[in-house]
Design a protein around this ligand. Structure first.
Ligand SMILES: C[S@@+](CC[C@H](N)C(=O)[O-])C[C@H]1O[C@@H](n2cnc3c(N)ncnc32)[C@H](O)[C@@H]1O
Length: 229
């Protein structure tokens, strides 16, 4: 079952976007196997996709944009236990990867997973710890659709408008969770958006940074929200 669906209470992933999941810890482990890298990842209750890496996340990692050779700043927005951040770190050794999440249990797991896999170019932070003046080259995300449309739009607006000129954001969204309406909203909000891939239940969306003169219907970037709730 795709993990973005709300799971049973016993699974514990219902609380995956709480700042502090109150469900008791039950450590687990998953293996992410891709053609270029295999990673063993620690998971836990109260984090997204604790039983297996999400199929949408795998699709994004298989078909997202190529690695960058520059020393740019890349963001994994909503890092969970770190599958996207760790693969980006492996593929982009010269880049700095910012793994951002509201869920402190997810952040701890991501930090531990980066260390255990020998990846030193990952910085794990809460949203309000991200440097406010740092331009971002690329954002990768399996975004938290379940936080609700208004909160999601606010979150994406604030982060996409952090992109440096020429930068881009890359999202995976399930069709039945509103990928097409999200695509329309991105376009209507002034970001050029293309569908990179449509496969089974998922769509990959590429979003370009605004170019000079593009209208910003949201009044420009503001301070980053500390939490999604
Ligand atoms: C769909 S999960 C993806 C997790 C991970 N990237 C993966 O692919 O397994 C979305 C993540 O976004 C996080 N999240 C929710 N609201 C957030 C916010 N305002 N800022 C940053 N992360 C947030 C959740 O805690 C969750 O870990």
């Amino acid at each position: 079952m795709p993990s973005e669906s709300v799971s049973s209470a016993s699974d514990g992933s219902r609380q995956y976007f709480s700042a502090r999941p109150d469900i008791a810890s039950r450590p687990g482990a998953v293996r992410l196997h891709l053609p270029d890298v295999s990673l063993d990842l620690a998971t836990d209750r109260g984090v997204f996709a604790r039983n297996d890496v999400d199929p949408g996340t795998k699709l994004l990692l298989l078909h997202g944009p190529d690695a960058t050779a520059t020393d740019s700043e890349l963001v994994d927005l909503g890092c969970g236990y770190g599958p996207i951040a760790l693969v980006l770190a492996h593929r982009n050794p010269q880049a700095r990867i910012w793994a951002v999440d509201v869920n402190e249990r997810a952040r701890s797991l991501c930090r531990a997973n980066a260390a255990d896999n020998g990846l030193e170019n990952i910085t794990v932070v809460a949203p309000d710890e991200f440097p406010s003046d740092l331009p971002v080259e690329r954002i990768w995300s399996n975004p938290p659709i379940r936080i609700g449309k208004a909160a999601l739009h606010d979150l994406l607006t604030r982060w996409i408008d952090r992109l440096a000129p020429g930068g881009s954001a890359h999202f995976v969204v399930q069709k039945h969770l509103g990928s097409d309406s999200l695509h329309r909203w991105l376009e209507q909000s002034g970001w050029a958006t293309t569908r990179r891939r449509s496969q089974s239940a998922y769509r990959l969306l590429d979003v370009s940074a605004r170019t000079a003169g593009t209208s910003d219907r949201h009044g420009g970037p503001g301070p980053l929200p500390a939490t999604s709730e």
